[in-house]
Design a protein around this ligand. Sequence first.
Ligand code: GAR
Length: 194
Amino acid sequence: MQNIVILISGGGSNMAAIARTAQQQDWAGRHGIRVVAVISNQADAKGLGLARAQGIATEVLDHKGFASREAFDAELARVIDHHEPSLVVLAGFMRILTPGFVAHYAGRLVNIHPSLLPAFTGLHTHQRAIDAGCKFAGCTVHLVTAELDVGPILDQAVVPVLAGDTADSLAARVLTQEHLIYPRAVLAQLLRIA
Ligand code: GAR
């Protein structure tokens, strides 16, 4: 068995896309792969309800209760490791992770970022792409390393930037592609490390 643990902070649509694809493609029966838990640092994350609706165990670990980033990440790793994950999937998990946490999950920690990396690391990627006059935007799945949004690229998708696009309209176009490439990249990475 290969267990997936997914970390979210908000809407959880990428998490739901992975869980839905796992079900539709019978990852459990064909590959022994299961989404075993969804963990949020925000108690009110909408994605928690989506996870429960798909029968996935959920946990909340609020970072505000911890004195330091290191203390939160240590407890987060303890909660995650309880599920014995082969892969930890960041899906809109809006926390900068400590080097110790990242090292602990080397090769089995993936993220999706809403830009064509290495362009536009960090926040507000869609507005920055529009402001820069980009004709194309997109999303990237990458392995997480100590530096933010910089690890080896596993998959990407490209969308056009259209005249009149706002950050919201571009984000929606990109998100549709995120839901296609993230499940595919997660499965590929799990088969690679199996
Ligand atoms: C997604 O667009 C994801 O790429 C982005 O947050 C959104 C989460 O949506 N992640 C980042 O910006 C990470 N730096 P979701 O909760 O509906 O999956």
